[in-house]
Design a protein around this ligand. Sequence first.
Ligand code: PMP
Length: 323
Amino acid sequence: MRYAHTIAELVGDTPLVRLNRVTDGVAATVLAKIEYLNPGGSSKDRIAANILDAAERDGLLQPGGTIVEPTSGNTGVGLALIAQQRGYRCVFVVPDKVAEDKRAVLRAYGAEVVVTPTAVEPDDPQSYYSVSDRLVREIPGAFKPNQYANPNGPRSHYESTGPEIWRDTDGRVTHFVAGVGTGGTITGTGRYLREVSNGAVRIVGVDPVGSIYNGGPVHGYDIEGVGEDFWPAAYDPSVVDEIHSVSDAEAFAMTRRLAREEGLLVGGSSGMAVVGALAAARGLDADAIVVVLLPDHGRGYLSKVFDDEWMRSRGYEVEEGQR
Ligand code: PMP
């Protein structure tokens, strides 16, 4: 019989699929790594087990302990999946710009959700960083995975995402493209691909206009899960060869095209990553193999990027002639 012993065993080993329509005018092969096929629906499943294993090993997390983390949703789902199997309580702190559907998912997995305002400085006592720090102090036996600084985040991608891409492209990948949030994905995957290819694979980061990584002025934006207003320790800029900045409007237009034209219902950070991948791929010849990582599923964004009214209310264009 062929079966997994627990759902956690099914994390990783996600497939690559070629993009065929949104790549019009691009000679290179563009392959998307479909991270929503992880059991919790995102790339963050990969880091959850690794982080909790290490915390148990280091004695930071004891039986009956509580996991407290500021998370935009996906890390929470990954942690909740593993935590429920091991008997830990989860409390997640989520900024209010995160869609209600995503918060409901966390609760469905058995986690508690604390909502905080998005439009405050990181050091404001109401910010999602400050609130989670306070909860860690107040709850006995609390452990904060701190995905922004935990080296087991990038390590997960070094040990799984990178090797999978190398294996599935028979070592022919020439470019790796990923959005940057905590930076764990690009740092771990990029480091592995650079090492195994002796520096031949070019590592391309993508982040929203308004985020810190592209060096422009820092301000708010609507894309969820990527970009920062501070430099997280999980991000190693020396791994990244170039950064593309993408506007909310470009990212959301591409996210909607991926659903309608490629059959890929993915989140806004995936659309953003594809815009960056196409920018990197333009001008490359037909031998180039560009792998772009699509972090999560689109179902958590039905009331936002896939909702015409929401799009118009935020000033984004909605395609003519559809609906
Ligand atoms: N997209 C989404 C939807 C995410 O939740 C995250 C994680 N914050 C990312 C992209 C970025 O991944 P990383 O934190 O590894 O840079």
